[in-house]
Design a protein around this ligand. Structure first.
Ligand code: KG4
Ligand code: ZN
Length: 328
């Protein structure tokens, strides 16, 4: 069964065709990074206008790359939230129009749930129960997944999300945009990350996260340096602090809930130090999609849509965007 997935929640316009929730036939992503880079962050109005320009050719390319026609597609899965309202509307309107025109079922997908399902697109498909660490530009969540569609949120960020902290610290250090990949890149040049012991907010007794204090500590450190020091050392210390907390809490919750597997998802899961640290410290098997499936894409939306559709869950054409949609 082939599902067409459509994703437009933030600054990537994406479409993909996935079979049975596990096999990618096509996966097309049009990034707006170059357009937003000049503003140092995403401008929502610019993002929606760019989605409008990209959505039709991107969906067409996904169908062409997969070498399928509409008769081969069983349903259309689309991100309905969370995300930027104007951006979500473009993908959802496209999906509704195509579903109506081709008499196909529509399946609304939670973007965060989509991120988790990127782990079904790799060879080693996870079993339940599992703990998922979702770390993106807007979320840092620890989710217990007991089965398809069965989520309990055990922890979340109390202030900045992990990706947001990477983006803000990159701006403080002036190392580039988007912040996550920029921090990761300059950190490789660091020989002295241990020179800057930055604070970790452990929030003992809770699986929540907090990164705003760490961000402020970087700002203070950067402004108080007597003489200019390499940004790479501060960036590496910051990356280590974020990864240390994310890895420790993920492993702790996985152990306490006696899960079979840890899965990591979302844009920050592309970070090599995070992947390596969780894998090295955990005695429980750890899955992590390849970096291109960690950042926003539509294959993960199609994969999630397949499992929802198989459970008989579909959305009517009245489906609306939910910018603050939660998971678990
Ligand atoms: O999942 P995603 O592509 O979009 C959202 O749903 O938000 O995540 C984007 C976030 C951004 O904050 C970006 O800086 C971060 O993921 N990110 C990274 C890396 N690649 C992307 N953070 C750390 N290391 C990376 N390699
Ligand atoms: Zn995302």
């Amino acid at each position: 069964m082939k599902i067409l997935g459509i994703e437009s929640s933030c600054d990537e316009t994406a479409a993909a065709v996935v079979e049975n929730g596990v096999k990618i036939f096509s996966n097309v992503v049009a990034s707006q990074v170059d357009i937003h880079a000049r503003y140092g962050g995403i401008v929502p109005e610019v993002a929606s206008r760019q989605h409008l320009l990209s959505i039709t050719p991107i969906v067409q390319k996904a169908m062409d790359d997969a070498q399928v026609g509409w008769k081969d597609i069983s349903a259309i899965a689309v991100t309905s939230g969370p995300g930027l309202a104007g951006s979500l509307l473009v993908g959802l309107s496209m999906a509704k129009t195509l579903a109506w025109a081709h008499r196909l079922s529509l399946v609304g997908v939670n973007h965060l749930e989509g991120h988790i399902y990127a782990n079904w697109l790799i060879d080693d498909v996870p079993g339940f129960p599992l703990i998922c660490l979702i770390v993106s530009g807007g979320h840092s969540d620890l989710i217990l997944m007991r089965g398809h569609g069965d989520y309990v949120r055990l922890g979340c960020t109390r202030d900045d999300a992990a990706g947001e902290a990477f983006d803000k610290v990159a701006r403080i250090l002036g190392v580039g945009y988007p912040g996550g990949p920029a921090i990761e890149k300059v950190s490789r040049d660091s020989a002295n990350s241990a020179d800057y012991p930055l604070p970790r907010a452990w929030l003992k007794g809770s699986y929540d996260f907090s990164f705003s204090g760490l961000k402020t500590a970087v700002l203070r450190l950067f402004n108080c340096l007597d003489e200019p020091k390499p940004a790479s050392d501060i960036a590496a210390s910051f990356q280590e602090a974020v990864v240390d907390v994310l890895a420790a809490k993920t492993i702790e919750v996985a152990r306490n809930y006696k899960v079979k597997r840890i899965v990591i998802a979302g844009g920050v899961a592309a970070n090599k130090l995070l992947r390596k640290t969780v894998q090295e410290r955990s005695t429980i098997p750890v899955s992590c999609p390849p970096p291109a499936l960690c950042t926003d894409n539509a294959a993960m939306i199609a994969a999630c849509g397949y499992f929802r559709f198989k459970q008989g869950v579909t959305s009517g054409l009245g489906l609306d965007v939910e910018p603050n949609l939660k998971l678990g």
